[in-house]
Design a binder for this molecule. Structure first.
Ligand code: PLP
Length: 396
């Protein structure tokens, strides 16, 4: 009786979750301090104190009906206005509340953008390997095809030749994710300008708009002074999907937003279409309490400095040992090459040392592994000798 499609999806386990569960079981056997679980991307630093204080303030002193009530589908006006003003301060833009649509995290933001653009199964969204595995599920939910451009493993930047060849009359959007999960790659201003130029040309050639969907949950986690280009400032038909999950360390509160710039071709219809797409996906309004909290805390972040420290320590140590890895510009992942062609076999061998990593196959990039370093720095320090033993085993 159950839906065949959904049954099939239920059989496709999340590899990341499976490894995480394995780590918890293993911890019961050998002690949590001896298991080095680098599988999952849960922020390791707490939310700023102001986040909890603000939530408590609203619960204690706020109107109890409003704090727990439905809000308008696009979100609370004052919160959207606060988000717009914060973006304007940072990116010299002129957003208003009308340009902001509150969502249940980046996941819902992306799902809503897909659903808003797609008409039928022949429509496609193009993205680049390595990519966040849930993109496949969002595409399935929207009923379209996700076309994946193979990874350019020298730098994990955009392979423009392959992208140009892939764009067709069925292309509705190009989905980018910078800083990237899992490679940590950040697209430079030059790359974004080139992408914008290519898509402008293709839009004219094909005769309909092609959107950039920019998935940006790691926007604030960038290293070594890198400046992230604000994509709508380079390309009008851009939809930005943002989440407070990583910047404020509140992934369980499920809150984010879409930026719909006024200069986008379909701007007049976008908010209404987002509401309708959300309804089709059964999203009706975003939790009011955390809308209010992020509205008040919009300019804050958790103490993200630990991620820079972890990246520096981990990346340089692995390179020194002889691992091959592109230096991340942001996010909190390393994506080194596995020490044998089959990354699954490599990850199994690493388990002998209780080092848990995720094979790159899940991200559309076989032969590589993802290491999440959103962990206390001492965990990395303790794991490094094991990475040395692992590589030594391959040298034997
Ligand atoms: N996009 C990327 C690249 C992610 O890594 C994640 C979560 O890890 C998401 C989207 C989903 O974000 P959220 O949990 O805020 O919905």
């Amino acid at each position: 009786m159950l839906s065949k499609k959904v049954l099939e999806l239920s059989g496709q386990h999340s590899v990341i979750r499976d490894i995480f569960e394995f780590g918890m079981e293993r911890a019961k056997e050998v002690g949590a301090e001896n298991v080095f679980d680098f599988s999952i991307g849960n922020p390791s630093v707490p939310a700023p104190k102001e986040v909890d204080d603000t939530a408590v303030k609203y619960i204690q002193d706020g109107d109890p009906v409003a704090v727990h009530g439905y809000t308008s589908n696009a979100g609370i006006y004052e919160v959207r206005d606060a988000v717009a003003k914060s973006l304007n301060r940072r990116f010299s833009t002129d957003y208003r509340a009308d340009n902001i649509f509150m969502t249940i995290g980046a996941a819902a933001a992306i799902g809503i953008c897909f659903k808003s653009l797609v008409d039928g199964p022949e429509d496609e969204i193009i993205t680049f390997a390595p990519y966040f595995p849930e993109y496949q599920v969002y595409a399935q939910g929207a009923g379209c095809k996700l076309t994946v451009i193979p990874a350019e493993t020298d730098s994990f930047q955009i392979d423009f030749e392959r992208l140009e060849a892939a764009i067709s009359e069925h292309t509705k959007a190009v989905l980018i994710n910078s800083p990237n999960n899992p490679s940590g790659a950040v697209y430079s201003e030059e790359t974004i300008k080139r992408l914008a130029k290519l898509l402008e040309t293709k839009q004219k050639e094909i005769g309909h708009s092609i959107y950039i969907i920019s998935d940006e949950p790691y926007r604030e986690i960038v290293y070594d002074g890198i400046k992230l280009p604000h994509i709508p400032s380079y390309y009008n038909n851009t939809l930005v999907c943002y989440s407070f999950s990583k910047s404020l360390s509140i992934p369980g509160e499920r809150i984010g937003y879409i930026i719909a710039p006024s200069q986008a071709e379909d701007f007049d219809d976008l908010l209404a279409v987002f509401i309708a797409a959300g309804r089709l996906l059964s999203y009706v309004s975003v939790p009011a309490l955390y809308q209010k909290v992020v509205g008040d805390c919009v300019d804050l972040t958790s103490d993200l400095s630990v991620y820079q420290a972890n990246k520096d320590l981990f990346y340089h140590a692995l390179i020194e040992m002889g691992y091959e890895c592109v230096e991340p510009g942001g996010a909190f992942y390393l994506f080194p090459k596995a020490l044998e062609p089959d990354a699954n076999a490599f990850c199994e061998r690493a388990k002998k040392y209780d080092l848990l990593m995720v094979p790159g196959d899940s991200f559309g990039c076989p032969g590589y592994v993802r290491i999440s370093y959103c962990v206390p720095t001492e965990r990395i320090e303790k794991a490094l000798p094991l990475f040395q033993q692992l590589i030594d085993e391959y040298k034997e």
